[in-house]
Write a protein that binds this ligand. Structure first.
Ligand SMILES: [Zn+2]
Ligand SMILES: [Zn+2]
Length: 148
């Protein structure tokens, strides 16, 4: 039992530079759903970022991380594709932002419109560069880059 929700603790989401924390409940709820689907712990690389830290790590201006709407997540033992397919079962993420990173993690956010991208060797590209869209969802795919 975390101090934030059943499986998550504040310390996992605080800004890595200053310890500040802004977090949207929708994000935590969606991550709990992902945790349940995965059946094992998620590793949170980054949650909230204050604007200064966001800039320092090369995040886009106005990143969803600075609003408490985003987390960079890895599920140890799963490939990017496997993680992506689990995430696509969670409505709050499919109608929000999903980014695949060549560092082996997914950026997930609960912004109010869909955005998809991948980041490969520091460049933003279409998400299809790192993960394949499951056939049943092809009609809905959006590959425009709106990093967050
Ligand atoms: Zn900070
Ligand atoms: Zn991110």
């Amino acid at each position: 039992m975390g101090d934030l929700s059943v499986h998550f603790s504040k310390a996992e989401f605080t800004c890595r530079c200053c310890g500040e924390l802004i977090l949207d409940q929708q994000l935590i709820d969606a991550l709990e759903q992902l945790r349940t689907l995965a059946g094992k712990p998620l590793r949170i690389h980054d949650g909230y970022r204050c604007p200064a830290h966001n800039q320092e790590v090369g995040g886009v201006t106005d990143s969803e991380h600075t609003r408490g709407l985003a987390a960079d997540v890895e599920i140890p033992g799963l490939s990017l594709q496997e993680m992506y397919e689990l995430v696509l079962q969670i409505p709050a993420f499919t109608r929000g932002g999903i980014g695949a990173y060549d560092g082996g993690f997914l950026h997930l956010d609960v912004r109010p419109h869909a955005a998809r991208w991948a980041r490969v060797r520091g460049q933003y590209v279409g998400i299809q560069h790192l993960v394949k869209q499951p056939l049943t969802l092809l009609a809905k795919v959006q590959t425009g880059s709106q990093p967050g």
